[in-house]
Design a protein around this ligand. Structure first.
Ligand SMILES: Cc1cc2nc3c(=O)[nH]c(=O)nc-3n(C[C@H](O)[C@H](O)[C@H](O)COP(=O)(O)OP(=O)(O)OC[C@H]3O[C@@H](n4cnc5c(N)ncnc54)[C@H](O)[C@@H]3O)c2cc1C
Length: 364
């Protein structure tokens, strides 16, 4: 039935390795998988790079065992795809950031390993062109598109500065590019499928240049560039970071309008990258060359507020995959639907009346 029972303390990497030993994959994949634990990825409903095809942690969990705040153990390690028997406490604990109980084990969905896989990095004219390319790729390969990441020219600049030993695929970093991964059934060569996609995209004026990995090592090198972007960002030091999501139809206009708003607000650099296929952007602001983070102290909060307002006005979320924690409690209060917030408080009060579970997180 392709289900794995994992203890909460197993790392995501251990879970992925155990699945591979059984000839399957556990398709949740994050840069932090060597240290992130199953309990942590479920409690944060972590996303990562394969959400486009396989969903986030919630979509990959069938059942949970947890210690509730009263001390009782909830044993619900079901392996069922269908179970309509009332309130879904599993879904309540997933993404609760440890505020409703401690997850101790979970039953997890395993997926077949695609027979053929391939990776390409293509330069595109704009975020809008990147989204058209995604539609084209999905029209040609259906659910075979497993990852679709947007990378800005600023990302390549930062990588060049802090990781100069990493080989970059473009002689001149393009303003925008995408990293595409496909996983296809036997009989469909991934390299050929990506070449066909590139040719069709060139004809439509969507992609102008690019590389298709010719080996597993080249594919890993392209992914490594993507995975080093957060590390390069940290080395530069952000003024403010935003983990936002938008309906796909709003992504391109948001980027354009936010860039214009920031250009009027002051001199700074924007690194916009992320899981474009999921509408999830990391929209991070950095000091202009020669300036320091501190120079922006007086406008930092107002800029973040403005960006989040623009996101919410477009039907988006101010926290796509990084959760609420303690930092975004105020944002949730400001933008959360009042009825939903009241229900959340009632649930917290009912399950954890003494407020002993991760106090201060999510609801403050
Ligand atoms: C380099 C890097 C890349 C990352 N990439 C992504 C990404 O692509 N997508 C993404 O979603 N996140 C990403 N993250 C964030 C983070 O790694 C994930 O959210 C991960 O799931 C956290 O797991 P952890 O075990 O480290 O949890 P912790 O950080 O220890 O805890 C996270 C939260 O879960 C709660 N918690 C932990 N264990 C349990 C448990 N057993 N029961 C109940 N509550 C518990 C904690 O109280 C806390 O609120 C990234 C982090 C890093 C450093």
């Amino acid at each position: 039935e392709a289900v794995m029972i994992a203890e909460a303390g197993a790392t995501l990497q251990q879970a992925r390795d155990a699945a591979a030993e059984a000839g399957r994959q556990f398709p949740l994949s994050l840069a932090s998988q060597g240290t992130a634990q199953i309990g942590g990825v479920l409690s944060t409903n972590a996303g990562g790079v394969n959400v486009l095809r396989y969903g986030n942690a919630r979509a990959l969990c069938l059942g949970i065992e947890a210690v509730l705040p009263s001390g009782v153990v909830m044993r619900d390690l079901k392996r069922l795809r269908k179970d309509n028997t009332g309130y879904d406490l599993r879904d309540l604990l997933i993404g609760a950031e440890g505020t409703l109980g401690i997850i101790t084990a979970a039953s997890l969905v395993l997926a077949p390993i695609p027979a053929e896989s391939g990776v390409a990095m293509l330069s595109v004219e704009s975020p809008g062109a990147a989204l058209s390319l995604l539609s084209l790729a999905q029209a040609r390969m259906g659910g075979g598109v497993t990852a679709f990441e947007l990378i800005s020219g600023q990302s390549f600049d930062f990588l060049n500065r802090y990781f100069p030993q990493m080989r970059q695929p473009f002689a001149e970093p393009p303003s925008w590019s995408v990293l595409i991964e496909v996983g296809l059934p036997a009989g469909l060569a991934a390299g050929e499928a990506l070449e066909g996609l590139f040719l069709a995209a060139s004809e439509d004026g969507l992609a102008s240049d690019g590389v298709i990995a010719q080996s597993g090592q080249q594919a890993a090198d392209l992914w490594s560039l993507r995975e080093h972007i957060p590390l390069a960002n940290r080395a530069v030091g952000a003024i403010a970071s935003h983990d936002i999501s938008l309906p796909l139809s709003e992504v391109a206009s948001f980027i354009r309008d936010a860039q214009a708003m920031l250009a009027a607000a002051g001199d700074m650099r924007i690194n916009c990258f992320g899981h474009l296929g999921d509408g999830n952007l990391h929209f991070n602001l950095f000091p202009a060359k020669g300036r320091r983070r501190e120079d922006y102290d007086s406008i930092r909060e107002a800029l973040s507020r403005r960006i989040h307002e623009m996101v919410v006005a477009r039907g988006g979320s101010f926290s796509a995959e990084h959760g609420v924690g303690r930092l975004k409690v105020g944002d949730l209060e400001r933008w959360g639907d009042p009825a939903r917030l009241a229900a959340m408080r009632a649930i917290k009060q009912a399950l954890d009346p003494l407020g002993i579970m991760n106090p201060g997180a999510v609801l403050g």
